[in-house]
Design a protein around this ligand. Structure first.
Ligand code: AP5
Ligand code: ZN
Length: 217
């Protein structure tokens, strides 16, 4: 199965993709995470992507498509994937259709997570992540049980993303509106779109998604 999570920055794509991965066994594929790993490893793609990511723009289609393609052919993806943050442009969506067609696969569901603008900024600016296991948290909405200690792995190295500032969020949102929002109608036309309200508690959103994914796969 192939599930796509669409939605603006802070909609909860990463949070929900991790929960779906645990529950349904599909692999979460986040192009944001793959790009941040490339930046950290200082690969050629990472060096080219860094400035664009820091400024809140979209990394070029050729870089993103090639990173995604390389990851998608790894054996652990054979049982199903949740695409978190990909595709983000019409060119990427068409490239994905082509990749899947070649391997006889198809998109089970493209899910648009719908949130208010004010919620996005609040979610993004309060976010932090465990460096050791990748678990995501929020100062207000999902704090750790003990300050500074990861509930999942006990790690104590919590980090914030360089692009999680109130200023950069504005540019990331603009990029979403201009280049990614058109994909909602792209998948609507293809008959694959579902809209899910992503306001409310994390667990409420998760249960909406669980039933949808169970029906679609
Ligand atoms: P990426 O890493 O994909 O960032 P994004 O799309 O901006 O999304 P976020 O990770 O910020 O938000 P999310 O929806 O995952 O929210 P989360 O679950 O963490 O991309 C980063 C950059 O990489 C891009 O700007 C671009 O430069 C580049 N890039 C990536 N993919 C690309 C592509 N395909 N093409 C081109 N460029 C690409 O939740 C946010 C916070 O809110 C968390 O703290 C969480 O705990 C909290 N939260 C979640 N749900 C709720 C809830 N229901 N109630 C309260 N709090 C909640
Ligand atoms: Zn951890």
């Amino acid at each position: 199965p192939v599930i796509i999570l669409l939605g603006p920055p802070g909609a909860g794509k990463g949070t929900q993709a991790r929960m779906l991965q645990e529950r349904h066994g599909f692999v979460q594929l986040s192009t944001g995470d793959l790009l941040r790993a490339a930046v950290a490893a200082s690969t050629e793609a990472g060096r080219r992507a860094k400035a664009v990511m820091d400024a809140g723009g979209l990394v070029s289609d050729d870089i993103v498509i090639s990173i995604l393609r390389d990851r998608l052919i790894e054996p652990d993806c054979a049982g199903g994937v949740i695409l978190d943050g990909f595709p983000r442009t019409t060119v990427q969506a068409e490239a994905l259709d082509e990749l899947l067609a070649r391997s006889g696969q198809q998109i089970n569901a493209a899910i648009s997570l719908e949130v208010d603008d004010a919620a996005m900024v609040e979610r993004i600016t309060g976010r932090f992540t465990c460096a050791k296991c990748g678990e995501g948290y929020h100062e207000r909405f999902k704090p750790t049980a003990q300050p500074g200690v990861c509930d999942t792995c006990g790690g104590t190295d919590m980090k914030r993303r360089a692009d999680d500032t109130a200023e950069t969020v504005v540019d990331r949102l603009a990029a979403y509106r201009a280049q990614t929002a058109p994909l909602v109608s792209y998948y609507e036309t293809a008959g694959a779109l579902s809209r899910v309200a992503a306001m409310g508690e994390i667990d409420e959103v998760a249960s909406r998604l669980n039933s949808l994914v169970a029906r679609a796969t």
